[in-house]
Structure formats: C-alpha cells, structure tokens
Ligand binder design. Structure first.
Ligand SMILES: NC(=O)c1ccc[n+]([C@@H]2O[C@H](COP(=O)([O-])OP(=O)(O)OC[C@H]3O[C@@H](n4cnc5c(N)ncnc54)[C@H](OP(=O)(O)O)[C@@H]3O)[C@@H](O)[C@H]2O)c1
Length: 435
C-alpha cells in the first residue's frame, strides 16, 4: 500500500525540536512500516531563522511567523516544543480551535492552562497529547490514559526530576549539596539557574499533571505542597543510610476517599522500595491501582532525543487515531476536592537536637503524644553538649507532626534544628533496621 504523506509542523526548533525532526527523518521507514504514514516536517516556528541548527531543517522550513503555520491547511499535526507559557499557550489554543491536533512537551503549559487547552481541543474535535511533558521518554501518560483505562489508580509516587535525584545520589557518596549541584551543572544535568529543579517547582508541575490524569480530576498547580531539596543536609543523608533508606525528592499524589492530596518534597525511601534503586539523573513513576497492585516505570526523564521520542510517538498516535474519537476527551471527568494538606498521614523520620540531660526524652515523648504521634523506633546519639534523637514514627497526620515539632522547638531544652521528613516504605516502619 502506498504511504500516506502527512505534513506536520513544529513550534520550536531547539534541542527537542531538532531532535524530533531528526527522528522523523531517520525513522521514517519504521514509522511507515508500523503506521502506513510518512510524517514530513514542512514548517518550524523559531525566533531567529538565521541561526545555525544542529539538524538541518531544510530549505524554507523555518519561519518566525506563526500565521504561516496557522494559515496552512495542509498541516495535520503540530508539535509544540518551544517552551514557556506565552506565546506557546496562545498558539496552541488557536491551533486546537481551528481543528489542528497538538502534541506538547511543555509541563508548565499543561499544568497551568490545562482547563482551557482541553476545552479548546474538545471544541475543535481534536486530540491534545502531552506525553513528553512528564518524564520525557517514560510512557507514563500513555499507560495511564490507555493501558489503565479500567483501573482505579489511587496513588502515584515518582522521582520526576533528574537534577535533584543526581544531586541526592552524589550526596550519598559524601559530596556536599553545593559540590553536587556544581557537578550537576558541569555535566549539563542542572541549569545555570537551578531554582525550578532544586526548589521542587519542576516536579510540582509534573506531579500535578500525573495526578490530574490518574484521578480524572483537575489538580491545579496551587494545590501541590512543595518543598525543595535545599534543606537536605549530609546529616539527613547519613541518617537515612543508617536506616537502610535513601533521601529522594518524591512527587506523590494520593486519593484519600474522594479527596486528593498532591505534594513534592524530600522523603526517606526504604532500601527495599522500587524507587530507592533509582539513581543519578533517572526518573521513575510508580502507579498503585485496584486491579494492577503496582506498576513501576523507569527511564531517562530528560534529554533532547529522549524527549523527542515521546513527541514523535504522540504524533504518530494522533495520526493513527484521528477521526476515531479516540482520546479526544479531556482526561478530566469528575471534580474531586483537595484534602487539607495537614490531614495526609504517613510515617515520618524526625531529627531532633536537644540538651543531653535526664528528663528531656520524656518531654519530647510528651509533646509527640499530645499530637497523637506514636514512636516506632528511636536512636539517640551524643554529640558535644547535645543529644541527637533519630525517631521513626508510625503513621501520623502531617499537620500534627508539624504541630509537635513547633512545640518541641519551643522547649528550653531544644538545640539546633528539628526536622520531619516523610518515610516511604512498603514494609512496616517497625521492620526498618538501624545499621
Ligand atoms: N530539553 C529537554 O531535555 C526537555 C525535556 C522535557 C521537556 N522539555 C520541554 O521541551 C520544550 C522545548 O525545550 P528545548 O530544550 O528544546 O528548548 P530550546 O532548546 O530552548 O528550544 C526552544 C525553541 O523554541 C523557539 N522559541 C522559543 N520562544 C519562541 C518564540 N517566542 N517565538 C518563536 N520561537 C520561539 C526557539 O527559537 P530559536 O531557536 O530561534 O531561539 C527554539 O528553537 C520545553 O517546553 C521544555 O520544557 C525539554
């Protein structure tokens, strides 16, 4: 059968855009064999049409005028790989409204403007796919939207930011936070301004998208409780290792009854847990559901060619299913309320520094008990004039743990910082062993 020629356009021809073009050209035969279509990039929007490009776009492909793409009725799919919320958002909206399917790699756009984008897609009767916006090459959105269509997914746990995972892995080898960050920047895993990554904002956008798709209810970015890794010290990393755990930046979305909790922050992950083995710049997402128990997907979460592979797969899926009504819908089909952030329960690791004298431990126990925080394990170390208490609690409400810490910090015997970090373990915390 003769191949069907499919003209496509790119918004952006940078790291990802050029890699999408390269993959479409180099894998054209494979794509044709699998789908019967040959996707051909006929237009690509850039700011500077005169710039040298890594993979040649070919004559006449680059344009700095979006109207050239909007006004070309032959273009059947557009991949938005330019980044930023504007003007990318306006361009995508206009394309969808005019009946053009769009594929995007832009997590900020999907997390911030999902509602209007999906309304426009529904109104235009076209698909909006966004696999590459979460964990690049890992096909987690496809798994959630297509493979797990009849599974009630109630928890998503993920290491969704490679930069922070690289830094935390390097800290386990004894490097300071600053050293590890500098190394990540030198190797190209961290931006010159790393705030979005180390502050947890990148992970928050991805976790909001995952929660929205997993639970079928819009999770606005403002609902995500975010804590970055800037406060993680080598003391925390050493304490985790002593407990056979690893400090990881975890994005987690939990369905509690019919309410949703979404948060990003450092966690102590039990060495026996699948996420504990995810090292360096890799990403992983673990899905818990009624029929599936758990599924873990792991792989490279960034990089031009890795991200482009997800963009190309989405473009091919759109071409293959256009006109069938498949996935033309908004992934959102219900409205769930937010769980008050203090209500989420979890075991916690507490690190407390206190005066080293008789009776102090009893005061700490009293403050924890006053907030119904029950201790599963406790180890005391003496350092100079103070005692460092390492405590693992049973399941406790996050708000009550914070209230207990506030009370403990106010005790006259308190010395130094008092921190609480959630523990992620699929065996009970009482099973965790101190090294
Ligand atoms: N790189 C990754 O590893 C990765 C991973 C996952 C997701 N993503 C996402 O993929 C998207 C693209 O990332 P990237 O790394 O490829 O970015 P990039 O290298 O900076 O490329 C951006 C491209 O968009 C064009 N562009 C930007 N603003 C424009 C505007 N206002 N008008 C016209 N053209 C404009 C640029 O044109 P010029 O070339 O003329 O400047 C450039 O070609 C982002 O949403 C990013 O978050 C990237």
């Amino acid at each position: 059968m003769a191949a069907v020629d499919v003209p496509v356009a790119l918004l952006g021809y940078g790291t990802v855009g050029a890699a999408v073009h390269r993959l479409l050209e180099e894998s054209a035969d494979e794509i044709e064999r699998a789908t019967g279509h040959r996707l051909r990039v006929t237009r690509a929007l850039v700011r500077d049409t005169g710039k040298d490009r890594g993979f040649s776009p070919g004559p006449g492909v680059l344009t700095d005028d979006i109207q050239v793409i909007l006004g070309d009725p032959s273009i059947q799919v557009v991949a938005e790989v330019m980044g930023g919320v504007e003007p990318a958002g306006s361009h995508v909206l206009e394309l969808l409204r005019s009946g053009r399917p769009v594929v995007t790699a832009n997590k900020q756009l999907v997390a911030r403007r999902g509602t209007e984008l999906f309304e426009a897609a529904a109104a235009g009767g076209v698909q909006l796919r966004f696999e590459a916006s979460v964990c690049a090459a890992i096909p987690v959105i496809k798994v959630l939207r297509e493979s797990l269509i009849v599974t009630n997914v109630h928890r998503v746990l993920g290491i969704v930011n490679g930069t922070t995972n690289f830094i935390l892995s390097a800290m386990e080898e004894g490097r300071s936070y600053d050293d590890a960050l500098a190394e990540a920047q030198r190797l190209g895993f961290a931006e010159a301004d790393p705030t979005e990554d180390v502050g947890g904002l990148d992970a928050a956008a991805k976790t909001a998208i995952l929660a929205t798709v997993a639970f079928g209810s819009r999770v606005p970015l403002e609902w995500v409780e975010v804590e970055g890794i800037e406060g993680v010290t080598l003391d925390h990393v050493a304490a985790a290792r002593a407990l056979d755990m690893h400090v990881k930046l975890i994005g987690r979305a939990t369905l509690v009854g019919d309410r949703v909790d979404v948060r990003v922050g450092p966690a102590f992950v039990d060495g026996h847990h699948p996420l504990a083995a995810v090292e360096g710049a890799f990403n992983a997402v673990m899905l818990h559901g009624d029929a599936i128990r758990e599924i873990t997907l792991e792989g490279p979460g960034a990089g031009g060619i890795e991200t482009a592979s997800a963009v190309v797969a989405d473009m091919v899926s759109v071409v293959g299913t256009t006109g069938t009504g498949f996935l033309q819908n908004d992934p959102v089909w219900r409205h769930l309320e937010r769980l008050p952030p203090g209500d989420l329960t979890s075991p916690f690791y507490l690190r407390l520094e206190v005066e080293d004298r008789a009776g102090v431990l009893a005061r700490i126990a009293q403050e924890l008990a006053a907030e119904s925080v029950s201790v599963a394990q406790l180890v005391q170390q003496t350092a100079d004039d103070r005692a460092v208490l390492h405590i693992v609690t049973h399941d406790a409400a996050a708000g009550r743990v914070n209230a207990a810490l506030t009370a403990i910090r106010a005790l006259p015997e308190a010395r130094g910082e008092a921190t609480a970090i959630p523990v992620i373990s699929s065996r009970g915390v009482a099973e965790l062993g101190w090294a």
